[in-house]
Design a protein around this ligand. Structure first.
Ligand SMILES: Cc1cc2nc3c(=O)[nH]c(=O)nc-3n(C[C@H](O)[C@H](O)[C@H](O)COP(=O)(O)OP(=O)(O)OC[C@H]3O[C@@H](n4cnc5c(N)ncnc54)[C@H](O)[C@@H]3O)c2cc1C
Length: 473
């Protein structure tokens, strides 16, 4: 692209969205050009901030006609480098942040229709104001936006009961790579009319189009909640406990998270205001949330009953049942700050894997043994959503000084972990997506049939390859 061409493109884009919304100064584009983990830094031609779907469509039409690559971006909290441009200086970042309107709420249909730039926490609050629940919940909820959670099919801590973001999406409005608008904001729970384009866009990480709005499911707001932290002697005990709690409490089990003792120690040492909630150390902890539409006392009795049963069977050695919301928040605070503690400790080789829940203990045993044999300086920071079979099985150094050396061997560490994930019929990306981080790796772990089908879909919808090139596929 020549300088004259670039100047002309910026002029045209400014005519569409207004000069103030085409950012080019290094200081203005910095936060859009770097990912949350600081692993990827790009150089965009510009950051373009349209105000509505009409402007998004006009920008995409122009870019498609002039073969300008577009990197869609929402809250920029993604963990796989999907939302940042490359270093060519020729890609634009298209931010949907200004599409931040709540369009409508339909209480009879139990749906809310919002723009792609609405922050997840705002969406949760809007639902709550209507005495409803929007259940997608994750530690980045104060920053990530609707377009981003749909484009990554985000999971979080309540998937066990409510499902991933995909399960919340009834309708999508999106601008396709040729600039056409797919007007799919239908709030239908039943619609078997051929290929489901909205579900193709869910989890597409900006490679098939730009999501501009969505119609999302609302759920009944729970009337009572119980939060328990259990100390467990082993990981198999946690898997056993999950089944017993589910048998006893049914779909009242909203979350079942686990973390190892080392995760707790890192959080206590490195994050402010986190204390050990138990009298004595334990190898594993499970954080469980139960919720129900009945009164608090009935659920509390159920929680105590479940805890008693686990204790009697020797599956838990200690436990805390939060007595109020402040105590519950303090327990969640531990879990939510593990990623931050890990980041403060040092660089780790991150994994976001899933295997069938029943296979988790064996996978962890095998992976820890293989890592110990090949990387003696490595230590696993193991935590995650056990109820979904999803672990953040991250590999750091035994000491802070060892972290850099372990990180330098990331490719070999990944191979050990991913080969075992594959052996146990798992996924190398349970909830964060592929982005640029796992674009190459996935070709080794997904069948050639699936990869070929994905490539065919991409080529059909985006023949000029302008939509987030270099990501996913
Ligand atoms: C502290 C922390 C905790 C996290 N916890 C979780 C967790 O528990 N579960 C989980 O699943 N994830 C988690 N994440 C990852 C991240 O928050 C999610 O992937 C989130 O869904 C990204 O949303 P975003 O708005 O920030 O999207 P971005 O980071 O801006 O974009 C993510 C991807 O979606 C594409 N995209 C963005 N907007 C659009 C759009 N409008 N149309 C088309 N494509 C678009 C981008 O191109 C990119 O590929 C966490 C991240 C952090 C920092």
């Amino acid at each position: 692209m020549t300088t004259t061409q670039a100047t002309n493109d910026l002029l045209k884009l400014s005519e569409i969205v207004g000069t103030n919304h085409v950012l080019t100064a290094a200081s203005d584009v910095e936060s859009y050009a770097t990912d949350w983990r600081g692993n990827y830094r790009g150089t965009p031609l510009a950051v373009v901030r349209p105000a509505n779907t009409v402007e998004v469509a006009a920008v995409v039409k122009y870019c498609n006609a002039h073969r300008i690559a577009i990197v869609p971006q929402a809250g920029n909290t993604g963990l796989v480098g999907g939302s940042v441009p490359d270093q060519s200086g020729q890609q634009i970042v298209l931010s949907v942040a200004r599409l931040n309107q709540v369009h409508s709420v339909d209480l009879h249909n139990n749906t809310i229709t919002v723009g792609a730039g609405v922050i997840l926490q705002t969406l949760q609050e809007k639902a709550s104001e209507q005495d409803r629940l929007f259940p997608v919940s994750l530690a980045a909820e104060g920053s990530c936006q609707v377009g981003g959670i749909i484009a990554t099919n985000a999971g979080g801590v309540q998937v066990l009961k409510y499902g991933n973001t995909r399960e919340q999406v009834l309708g999508v409005e999106a601008v396709l790579p040729n600039g056409d608008v797919f007007e799919g904001l239908r709030g239908l729970r039943k619609d078997n009319t051929g290929y489901d384009l909205k579900h193709l866009l869910v989890g597409s990480e900006g490679t098939l189009g730009i999501i501009t709005a969505a119609t999302l499911k609302l759920w009944a707001k729970p009337r009572s909640q119980q939060t328990l932290l259990l100390a467990l002697p082993t990981l198999p005990a946690a898997v056993e406990a999950l089944q017993i709690v589910r048998d006893a409490c049914g779909d009242r089990v909203t979350a079942f998270e686990v973390f190892s003792r080392w995760c707790l120690e890192l959080a206590i040492e490195l994050v402010a205001n986190i204390a050990d909630p138990m009298q004595s150390p334990s190898p594993w902890y499970a954080l469980i949330e139960l919720s129900d539409s009945t009164d608090e006392a009935a659920l509390a009795a159920l929680a105590e009953q479940a805890f008693g049963a686990l204790f009697e069977r020797g599956l838990v050695t200690d436990g805390v049942i939060a007595q109020n919301q402040t105590q519950a928040a303090a327990l969640w605070n531990i879990r939510e700050h593990i990623p931050e503690a890990e980041k403060l400790y040092g660089k780790a080789v991150k994994h976001d894997i899933s295997v069938p829940i029943s296979a988790i203990p064996q996978f962890v045993d095998e992976a820890e043994a293989a890592l110990a044999a090949q990387f003696p300086a490595a230590r696993v920071v193991n935590f995650g959503h056990l109820g979904d079979g999803n672990l953040h099985f991250n590999v750091a150094g035994k000491s802070r000084e060892d972290c850099a050396a372990v990180f330098a061997q990331a490719k070999s560490v990944n191979a050990v972990v991913y080969d075992l994930v594959s052996k146990h019929q798992g996924s190398i990306s349970a909830e964060h997506g592929l982005g640029q981080l796992k674009r190459e790796t996935i070709t080794h772990y997904k069948s050639s049939v699936e990869i070929a089908a994905m490539r065919a879909i991409k080529a059909a919808l985006d023949p000029n390859g302008i939509m987030n090139p270099g990501k996913v596929i």
